[in-house]
Design a protein around this ligand. Structure first.
Ligand code: NI
Length: 214
């Protein structure tokens, strides 16, 4: 993502000054039984400024635009895990704040070596993939999955998380659009605006027109 070092520092400082409440307040009734973390209270001006900053950076990121094709973002949650805190296996609610959640994302604020445990683990047909990103990185994944945050053993895990309603509901379609868009951009880099580029662009635009919710 395009959060620079000074913005990350500002974000971490705002976290240190924030008031945290029990994360169960924003979880669905079943997820609540496995959620043990803390979240920044809504309505805190310093943290609201941070939420705005993260949303702006996310929306300005070309890769995020290509992968998510966002129609709208939910409000951002700022979560904090101390040793022993965890978020057990759950599926995210399908509807939040009047939006359909197609994609979930996590932005890490801390370097992975600064805390033990706290991996984001996403279940997939090919097994489990534990993820612990570098500070400033964002991981985007389908909201349709079962996933969890393993217990933090030492240190502090601070993350921003949120959800995206995509203009393209189906993940397989988003993947086709991502590949076609990537291919036509690579072709343009290599050989400029050729006939092949125009045809690929036409197919990409027409598939997007066929599949997108306006
Ligand atoms: Ni979740």
């Amino acid at each position: 993502m395009s959060l620079d070092a000074s913005e990350l520092e500002k974000l971490r400082a705002a976290f240190d000054a924030a008031t945290f409440v029990d994360g169960r307040e924003t979880a669905g009734w079943a997820a609540r039984t496995v959620k043990q973390n803390q979240q920044a209270r809504a309505g805190d001006p310093a943290m609201d400024a941070m939420r705005t900053l993260v949303a702006e950076r996310l929306q300005a990121n070309p890769l995020f635009q290509m992968a998510a094709r966002p129609k709208a973002l939910t409000p951002i949650l700022l979560a904090h895990y101390e040793p022993g805190m965890t978020y057990g296996t759950h599926v995210d609610d399908a509807l939040m704040h009047g939006l359909r959640t197609d994609l979930s994302w996590t932005l890490w604020l801390d370097e992975p070596e600064s805390y033990d445990g706290g991996e984001l683990v996403i279940e997939s047909p090919s097994g489990e993939a534990p993820i612990k990103g570098p500070a400033g990185a964002v991981h985007l994944y389908p909201s349709t999955t079962l996933h969890r945050v393993d217990p933090v053993r030492s240190g502090i895990r601070r993350v921003a998380v949120g959800w995206v309603q995509s203009r393209v509901r189906e993940g397989e379609r988003r993947e086709i659009l991502f590949d076609l868009d990537s291919a036509r951009r690579a072709l343009f880099e290599q050989s400029g605006k050729t006939g092949a580029f125009d045809l690929l662009s036409k197919s990409f635009a027409n598939l997007l027109r066929m599949w997108a919710d306006a």
